[in-house]
Design a protein around this ligand. Structure first.
Ligand code: SF4
Length: 274
């Protein structure tokens, strides 16, 4: 198992990368994501976001005032055509030793999900379970995921519009069974900047549509909606993100969180709300 290594390849970073690194540093600080001697499992998928996460965390690690280690881990779910070699070689050229977990969840979802329905929710649940177990069994203290600003914004809108609840993607959370701590250091990072960073770095990308499943249509619709609004009002994404950290309970109507008799906040266990 590789840890933070002096042999990692360091290159001067561009203004774009520096801007992203600053956003990562702010998120790490604001949400107290990392501490001394943390062993961080960086969950990479071969996509642009999680690879950017790994490279930016490495840049942060190099400059940090305390030591922590990074281990990229990829899950080969046996989708047809999932080829990890080029990706692994590229990471190796930057000094990372990629751990590959092989589990055939593809067959499970194809067997269990009726034709015409999307695989993603079962697939993601299985993937999460495997990664969480792996992290626990191998002594990782944090699991880093590559969700960015637009993921959080789309999620809160989807939950409000389609599920009747206000919930997004927290920057840091404890897994339901209490065994794992999950962090999202890219939570402040704009997706468009990450896409530019991926092109700038030139890393190989493993396509995410190998399962042949339909994209999540609701999410795609919300993404289009936010894109349209942002072209008219460029600050929309930042405002939506800021709103998630600026909740005014007394302006909502959640009787479990707000006591309408005393006008005071109630204490509620998160687990009772899901
Ligand atoms: S797109 Fe395919 S691989 Fe990705 S989560 Fe959905 S089912 Fe799984």
């Amino acid at each position: 198992m590789s840890v933070a290594s002096e042999s990692r390849v360091h290159r001067p970073i561009s203004d774009l990368a520096e801007g992203l690194r600053r956003r990562v540093t702010t998120a790490l600080h604001d949400y107290q994501m990392l501490g001394p001697d943390d062993r961080v499992l960086v969950a990479v998928s071969g996509g642009k976001d999680s690879t950017a996460l790994l490279l930016l965390l490495e840049e942060t690690r190099r400059r940090a005032s305390f030591s922590f280690s990074l281990q990229p881990v990829i899950l080969d779910q046996k989708q047809p055509g999932f080829l990890v070699d080029e990706y692994r070689d590229w990471l190796a050229s930057r000094g990372f030793s990629l751990a590959v977990i092989e589990r055939d969840t593809y067959s499970v979802v194809v067997e269990k999900i009726p034709e015409g329905k999307t695989y993603c929710s079962l697939c993601a649940r299985l993937r999460r379970g495997i990664l969480y177990n792996y992290a626990h069994q191998n002594g990782f203290t944090k699991i880093a995921l590559g969700h960015h600003r637009e993921d959080a914004n789309e999620t809160i809108l989807m939950n409000m519009l389609f599920s009747g609840r206000i919930a997004a993607m927290p920057p840091k959370l404890r897994s339901d069974d209490g065994r794992n701590t999950v962090i999202r250091p890219l939570c402040n990072a704009p997706e468009a900047d990450i896409a530019k960073f991926a092109r700038e770095q030139g890393y190989p990308i493993i396509p995410c549509n190998l399962c042949g499943n339909q994209a999540n249509l609701q999410r795609a619709r919300i993404k289009r909606l936010l894109g349209d609004l942002s072209s008219e009002h460029p600050r929309i994404a930042e405002s939506l993100l800021a709103a998630q950290g600026n909740v005014q309970l007394q302006q909502l109507r959640d009787r479990d969180l707000w006591n309408f008799s005393t006008f005071e906040q109630r204490g509620v266990q998160q687990s009772t709300r899901n």
